[in-house]
Design a protein around this ligand. Structure first.
Ligand code: ATP
Ligand code: MG
Length: 199
């Protein structure tokens, strides 16, 4: 690179830095946020648990609700429960081919009742609602009830929601929405889910 090009590059970077610095200085609002991790790619729950781990690492009080996979082993749960993070899990073992709609609804409502207390508790700094989106798309939970509880939560409390096909109302409510796109997945090559990587 010639000296002239180097100077030009430096000046451009300096202008960019000024713009970014100004934006950072402007962003002064501090409050609890709603983060939605959705899309058909792998990594939604991992990112949700990663956020909880991050928060726990800063001494925040977190709670987790798992709306589908309670019966399944879960590496993150093994660690986070030891660190004192409470988990609310759908105990009746929701499965994709279940015919017991009433039982599933009751199970979802029981988890919701527990998590609603966290959402109303100022001592809780972050709530992860893992796989919540399916409870709304399957009509196991009422969207108005869910939205109202999230809206009425303590001002500093963060809420992280994961799952595919997120309800429009939750997308509207959210401050940050990330959609994870599938580029490829090992399962398509006939490789089964691997402990430690997939759960
Ligand atoms: P993870 O828990 O790994 O972060 P996720 O929360 O994004 O994944 P889910 O829809 O909850 O995805 O599915 C969980 C399981 O399904 C994981 O074992 C994951 O590897 C697998 N999975 C996720 N996305 C895909 C996909 N596009 N094709 C096949 N399997 C997938
Ligand atoms: Mg998931």
């Amino acid at each position: 690179m010639s000296q002239r090009d180097q100077d030009k590059h430096k000046a451009r970077q300096q202008r960019l830095k000024e713009v970014v610095d100004a934006k950072v200085a402007e962003a002064q609002v501090e409050r609890g946020l709603v983060l939605v991790l959705t899309g058909n790619g792998k990594g939604k729950s991992t990112a949700g648990f990663g956020t909880v781990l991050r928060a726990v690492g800063h001494g925040l009080n977190c709670a987790v609700a798992q709306f589908i996979k309670g019966e399944w082993p879960c590496g993150e749960r093994n660690v986070l429960e030891k660190l004192g993070v409470p988990f609310h899990i759908m105990k009746t073992g929701f499965t994709w081919n279940t015919q017991d709609r009433e039982g599933d609804t009751r199970a979802a409502e029981a988890v919701w009742a527990a998590v609603a207390q966290d959402l109303a508790n100022p001592a809780v700094d972050m709530v992860l609602l893992d796989e919540l989106t399916y409870m709304l798309s399957l009509h196991y939970l009422d969207v108005d009830t869910v939205v109202a509880a999230i809206e009425a939560r303590p001002e500093h409390q963060h809420v992280v929601i994961t799952g595919r096909n997120c309800h429009r109302r939750l997308l509207e409510l959210a401050d940050t929405v990330s959609e994870i796109a599938p580029v490829k997945h090992a399962f398509e090559a006939g490789i089964k889910a691997q402990q430690g990587l997939d759960w």
